[in-house]
Write a protein that binds this ligand. Structure first.
Ligand code: NPW
Ligand code: K
Length: 488
């Protein structure tokens, strides 16, 4: 698990340690860790051309002390100063180690273009908003250079707490972060700027509160996943009921059912209109299906099931409303996706008043419907805040789909899924996800764990499907078994 902490929590922990230890000890630990990662990344430290981008704060101090360490090992280190005043001790250490210092813009540009390694020490957790000048120009030069870019603590211009990027920001190949991850390193757009993450332990651990945000790794998912035991039968593995698709959107039914079957559901009971039932059975003969009568849309809904998935491609007509009320009226775990979320926006109390486990899986546009006064762009820019708010307002688990999928539940740290990929931004992949998570719910996982496992496998399957080439939702279905195998 990667644990991320708010800036306030990190600063508080640092204060406690600084009051206890010798002055500057934390910065020396940070700089030593940073220099070690830089040395590892360079083919040879001796003679390597290293440029430090140095801002006015302690982030620049880290860069200067690390630069001094590299200079002592024979690297040609140049510090480019972005402010009139920079960390004095760090500057003195660099000079004493034989490093050079420049504040000349033309010099800086040429040196960055010719560098092997650029160390971004412009801003750390003290940064606010998009980069000002000359920081922005230096970040642009680093982006134009063939040099490897290593960010100190976080890429400058990324908001440490949220991952928001408001204007120019550094794009790093590697980010060396200190004491604990910051949410902005795990959540897009910040996560996309951070490259590979390296955590340096500076001893904050015992002073940190519980994580604000967590990001599960492969071993965490493997430990959560239900596996069929020797005595499993189809009922113990879970029976899932599904109300997805319609004669108009039959693909949503075929894909969501496929997601559940590939997700390891013991038995799937599907209910829908005659035409869509035929298509589901044609593709997935293992499904137990019921045709719903137009005159009484709920009489034929499956009974004796462990969990429900409602909504993908189901439509917004009156029968869908009656169906949604009926399913939410059971005491079973229910996943609401797509059209069911749009309907819920009209009757939010259906979930607010519910005490049984409930999971909403909106994308940003759907979440905007649930949160009055917020638009899609706001949600994209501040995903963590809005997912957390929706979970609190509806008193349930919320999985916000997107470039970084976030899973929020009241009173628990939010989870960031690390396997997301832009390849998933294609029609039908959300239907597959709803089915996959439904299978986990039916097997008995709590909504948060089911959502975490489903999102992780879904992203991994997308990455495995075509080796980085564009994929369809059907390709994604085909790759789910490989994603499971990769975790075993
Ligand atoms: N605390 C510790 O024990 C340890 C801390 N450590 C390190 O310290 C880092 C935090 O250091 P920090 O607090 O000095 O802030 P930092 O991020 O360097 O910069 C603040 C300066 O930037 C400026 N500025 C802000 N926004 C800007 C913008 N958009 N564009 C341009 N400028 C902008 C702002 O100026 P202002 O806006 O106030 O005028 C202010 O002067 C932390 O990330 C880690 O690397 C480690 O050594 C471990 C021990
Ligand atoms: K930085």
């Amino acid at each position: 698990m990667r644990d991320a902490y708010t800036v306030e929590a990190v600063r508080k922990a640092e204060d406690v340690l600084m009051a206890r230890g010798p002055e500057g000890a934390l910065m020396q630990r940070a700089a030593a860790g940073l220099a070690a990662v830089c040395a590892r990344l360079l083919p040879r430290v001796y003679g390597a051309r290293v440029v430090l981008l140095v801002g006015s704060g302690d982030n620049g101090g880290d860069a200067l002390y690390a630069g001094a360490r590299l200079a002592r090992r024979g690297a040609a280190v140049l510090a480019v100063l972005a402010a009139d005043r920079v960390h004095e001790g760090g500057l003195a250490a660099l000079r004493a180690a034989g490093g050079r210092v420049s504040a000349d813009r033309a010099d800086a540009r040429a040196a960055i273009a010719a560098a092997d390694l650029v160390v971004d020490g412009l801003l750390g957790i003290g940064g606010r908003g998009g980069l000002r000048e000359p920081h922005a120009a230096l970040a642009a030069h680093a982006a134009d250079s063939a040099a490897l870019v290593v960010a100190v603590d976080l890429p400058s211009g990324v908001d440490a707490g949220t991952g928001a990027v408001e204007g120019p920001a550094v794009r790093a190949d590697v980010t060396v972060t200190f004491g604990g991850y910051k949410p902005g390193l795990l959540i897009d757009p910040g996560a996309g700027r951070a490259g590979v993450l390296e955590l340096v332990d500076i001893g904050l651990g015992p002073e940190l509160p519980p994580a604000h945000v967590r990001s599960p790794q492969a071993a965490d998912i493997a430990a959560l996943l239900p596996g069929p035991g020797a005595e499993s039968d189809k009922y113990r593995r879970g029976v899932l009921a599904m109300a997805s698709g319609s004669d108009r959107y039959s693909g949503a039914a075929v894909l969501s059912v496929g997601g559940a079957l590939r997700g390891g559901v013991g038995m799937l009971r599907y209910a829908g209109q005659a035409g869509v039932v035929a298509k589901v059975l044609d593709r997935w003969p293992e499904v137990v299906a019921t045709v719903l009568e137009p005159t009484d849309p709920v009489a034929g809904l499956p009974q004796r099931v462990a969990a429900w998935v409602v909504g993908p491609g189901r439509g917004l007509h009156p029968a869908a409303v009656v169906e949604l009320r009926t399913v939410l009226g059971t005491g079973l775990p229910v996943l609401l996706d797509a059209d069911a979320i749009t309907l819920l926006a009209e009757e939010p109390d259906l979930v607010r008043d519910r005490s049984a486990p409930t999971l909403l899986t909106p994308h940003a546009g759907e979440l905007a419907r649930l949160l009055p006064g917020v638009d899609r762009a706001d949600i994209e820019a501040r995903r963590l805040a809005h997912a957390t708010r929706a979970a609190a307002e509806f008193g349930c688990t919320v999985l916000l789909k997107g470039s970084t999928t976030i899973i929020a539940e009241p009173g628990r740290p939010a989870i960031v899924n690390p396997t997301g990929t832009p390849l998933l931004a294609t029609a039908g992949t959300g239907d597959v996800l709803a089915g996959l998570i439904g299978a986990m719910l039916a097997s008995g996982l709590a909504p948060r764990d089911a959502a975490v496992c489903g999102a992780y496998l879904h992203g991994l399957a997308a990455r495995l499907a075509c080796g980085g080439a564009p994929i369809s939702a059907s390709d994604l279905l085909g790759a789910i078994p490989a994603a499971f195998r990769a975790l075993r």
